[in-house]
Structures are given as structure tokens and as C-alpha cells.
Design a protein around this ligand. Structure first.
Ligand code: GLU
Length: 290
């Protein structure tokens, strides 16, 4: 049997903090215990937020923690063609439609809906897409695209669900509500999610699913904040004919106010802690790993 494959997949849009250290160390430890492989993947699909200095800092901080990984590292920005192929498949299956509203226009539509009653929100708390782009006539879509209008390619969730029903995943960790074992996927809770944009042929959901498959990842170990994203990942896997890995969502490291750590808070950044004299052993202790 081939060895299990674990991965840590940060985005280089800020410095790593204690929460990242926990996730990376946990993946690394589990891989070692299981005599498995440990991969590092750079999730840099967003050129407006990702910076080379943050990517260099990821390598530096992880090496300082005593973590080693296989090379070459997969950098998502170098694989847009693989994601584009999946987008083309979904488009050919009639599962995608372009929506043209700006973020401000969407906010206005949501406010209009909420003026008359509650409007559903996704598991992250963002309102579901309220627009009518799904029923835009084809010539109008073509006209807008040819005129250079920006757009998002959304998954027609109802049509996608028709093709892939009764999905679930194996959870070895725990969801925010204590979910464990076989967890039923509820992708419809996310509405018509964005899978790509005019200027970026992919999205977090799409590239994570494709890469975990291409890299042979068997065990996805990541923070509980991504627990319900797994519903979307299961749906995309089913549509693409990909066998799902096992999932293990772990507790999040919070600050003293009980808030999830953010890349914009410098106090818990690994490089700040290191500059203040912390050792890798201190970091392990701080995140509750022996
Ligand atoms: N790139 C994601 C992040 O930095 C993590 C992706 C994943 O583990 O699935 O939050």
C-alpha cells in the first residue's frame, strides 16, 4: 500500500501565525507517525493579495519550526491550465453561468431583499448570491462579455445537485457542532458559488480539490473554519470524478479574546515571536503540541 500523503497549503498573503504553526506541525507530525509524505503547497491564485516576501517567509518560518517538505513545491499560480480545464468541463455540462454585478451591486440587492425579510447566508455568514444572472438571455451574456465587462463564473447549484446527490465525507476530526464520522455534505448552503472570474480562471474551492487529487493527498488536515467548505469540495469532486480524501478538521488557535487569529495581527506572527526570543519548542507548547 502506498504511504498516506498529508499537506499544508497556506496562502502567501500575510505572515504565518500560531494557527498556521499548529496546522503545519500537526500535519508534519501525523505524516511522520504514519510513515507518510508531507507536502507544502502555495495557494497563490490571488495576485492582488499574494506577495513574494510572504512566500519566502513561509519557507523560512516552517524551516525554523523544524518542518521539512518535498520539493518542488506546487505553486497554484503555475497551474492555471489545470483549473481552466475543469472550468471548461463544467461550462460544457451547462453547470456554470456568468454574473456581472459588482460587489456593491450585490450588497444593494441583498439590502433590498433584507428589507422585506431574512435573506439566507452561507456557513461563513456571507449572503447567498441574490442576482438574476442565471436567467440572463444568452445574447445579452455575449454582449456583456464582448464589451469587456468583468464577471464571475458561478456554479448552478441546483443543476449540479441534480448530477450529484447524497454526498458525504469521512471526518476524523470534528466540525464546529461536534460532527464526526460520516458527515452529510450540504453544498446547497453555499448557493451559486463562484468557481472562477474573468481575470482568474479558478477559485479556492476549485483549485484545492484539483490539487489535492493531482498530488495524491489522502489526508486533508486543516482548520475547523474550513469544515463546511468540504461540502462544496465533495460536490466538485463528484462532478469531476475524483475520489475524496479523508478529512480531519482541527481546533483553531484563538487569541485571549477568543477570536480566531488573523494574518493582520502581528502579536501572534511567528516571526515576531521568534524575534522576541521564542524557540520552536515554545511554539509547540503555545499551540498545545508536545
Ligand atoms: N489556503 C487555505 C488557507 O490558507 C487553506 C486550504 C486548505 O487547507 O484547504 O486558509
Amino acid at each position: 500500500m502506498s504511504p498516506p500523503v498529508f499537506r499544508f497549503a497556506p496562502s502567501p498573503n500575510g505572515y504565518l501565525h500560531l494557527g498556521h504553526a499548529f496546522s503545519a506541525l500537526l500535519n508534519f507530525d501525523l505524516a511522520r507517525e504514519a510513515k507518510g509524505r508531507f507536502l507544502l503547497r502555495i495557494e497563490d491564485i490571488d495576485p492582488t493579495r499574494c506577495r513574494p516576501k510572504f512566500e519566502s517567509a513561509i519557507y523560512e518560518d516552517l524551516a525554523w519550526l523544524g518542518i521539512s517538505w518535498e520539493t518542488p513545491v506546487r505553486r497554484q499560480s503555475e497551474h492555471f491550465d489545470a483549473y481552466r480545464k475543469a472550468v471548461e468541463q463544467f461550462a460544457a455540462q451547462g453547470l456554470l453561468y456568468p454574473s456581472f454585478e459588482s460587489r456593491a451591486e450585490i450588497a444593494l440587492l441583498v439590502a433590498e431583499r433584507e428589507a422585506v425579510g431574512p435573506w439566507p447566508r452561507d456557513p461563513d455568514g456571507a449572503p447567498l448570491y441574490p442576482g438574476a444572472a442565471k436567467s440572463l438571455p444568452e445574447p445579452e451574456r455575449q454582449r456583456l462579455i464582448e464589451a469587456g465587462a468583468p464577471y464571475a463564473l458561478r456554479l448552478d447549484m441546483a443543476a449540479a445537485r441534480e448530477r450529484a446527490k447524497h454526498l458525504s465525507w469521512t471526518e476524523q476530526g470534528e466540525g464546529p457542532g461536534g460532527e464526526h464520522g460520516t458527515v452529510p455534505a450540504r453544498p446547497e448552503a453555499w448557493g451559486d458559488v463562484v468557481l472562477a472570474r474573468k481575470e482568474t480562471p479558478t477559485s479556492y474551492h476549485l483549485s484545492v480539490v484539483i490539487d489535492d487529487d493531482l498530488q495524491g493527498v489522502t489526508d486533508v488536515v486543516r482548520g475547523q473554519d474550513l469544515f463546511w467548505s468540504t461540502s462544496v469540495h465533495r460536490l466538485l469532486q463528484a462532478l469531476l470524478g475524483i475520489a475524496p480524501p479523508t478529512y480531519r478538521h482541527h481546533r483553531l488557535i484563538c487569541d485571549s479574546a477568543g477570536q480566531k487569529l488573523s494574518k493582520s495581527t502581528t502579536a501572534t506572527a511567528l516571526r515576531e515571536l521568534r524575534a522576541g526570543g521564542a524557540t520552536p519548542v515554545d511554539i509547540r507548547r503555545l499551540v498545545g503540541l508536545s
